[in-house]
Design a protein around this ligand. Sequence first.
Ligand code: ASP
Ligand code: MG
Length: 451
Amino acid sequence: MITVMKFGGTSVGSAEALKRVANIIAQKEGEKVVVVSAMSGITNFLVNVAENPQLNLDTVVDQFAEKHLMTAAQLFEGDTYEEFRTEFDSRLEKFKKAVSADRNDPYYVDALTSQGERFSSLMLAYVLRDMGEKSVAITSEDAGIYAVGAPTSGSADLLITASGMTMKVKPLLAMGVIPIVTGFYGINSEGRPLTFGRGGSDYSAAVVANAIDADMLEIWTDVDGFMSADPRIIPDAIKIDEMNFGEAAELAYFGAKVLHPRTIEPVRLKHIPLKVKNSFKPDEPGTLIHHLRKSKNALLKSVAAKTDLSIITISSAEIAYRPAMVARIIDKIAEINVIIYSISTSLSTVAFLVHNNDVKLTLRQLNGLSGGDIERIDVKNNVALICAVGDNLLDKCGVSGDIFSAVKDAEANVEMISEGASDVSLNFVVPMSKVVDVVRTLHEKYIGEAE
Ligand code: ASP
Ligand code: MG
């Protein structure tokens, strides 16, 4: 039985948290591989350094070292501290190189922002060793995690990573060693660090689970699991005990900030079950996510909302008969990396859902479209996307009618509708002012007696 256990920034954010986590790891039966984030606040600190070339680099190095050494001083003494310091200092030399490298290097940001995980993993390995466990800190380079893609938005190459990790990590497990692997990045074909985007350590852990054919992936975080709604809106929201990969993927993408949405795919591919657990309450069962489907009586399992969005509507005669035009519009938006949350078209309009903050940039980009094809662009700010998730939702007859009757009860006007790509979610847009009412009404009517 191999378990991959991932701990986030708050779970490794202090001496106390590191000890708590080390206990959780030590108590786990069987073989285990651990993946960690940087200590909380560290990646933000590094991003800030990357964005501000005027900062004094000696001060930056001192601040970075101090944050880790203060914690280490609370954890280690005597020989353990000395040994730790030797490895720490050699990693700090590499940190200095990364921070003072050429900022025009396309991988400068990746090399710098991926530094935090190298230090949190080292500390956790030493805490475990201090407890009498066999443990080593191992970087993504040494673990054989390979990445492809553009700087700061890499993806793992699952096949090459599988062979890399089989050679480099599996033998450690056979010797009873617990490897503590750096999350957040892999190395590309040139051997350069490539990060997986902010919050990417969850994804790293899923990649590791896939690569070593784990039996279970545990994502340890600071919440109890997925909830039936945001507890700030619905105080009696319930924790979801179990759901399938599709439901979790939609929820993670559209609202619930429990898990990075990219975490699902690498484990879903190999049917590896995933558990979300709270490292501050290790005895709580958390949420189990797996490929099985269970029919429940309740229509919905969860309702999430993605707020602060805008609808950009482009009008032009007979857009529907000019398919190349929709393609050109999408290409233009893709050039600036703006995420489109939903699209709908009619004879003479095409409407996109984007984040409020991306509207200006998108409009500027669309103005660059040539040929006077666009007759008008309208923007409706401050809308929200409601994501109603339930097992087999769209196979059930009359579901849309039920859901929209609840929306009517909340006196909200639906602006746009889209089904989730899987058959587990129905997504629609309402004004921000109605979000709370809609979520509450749906929750009252269709969730509750579910579990
Ligand atoms: N440390 C990285 C970040 O803050 C990755 C992660 O925590 O998941 O984005
Ligand atoms: Mg995280």
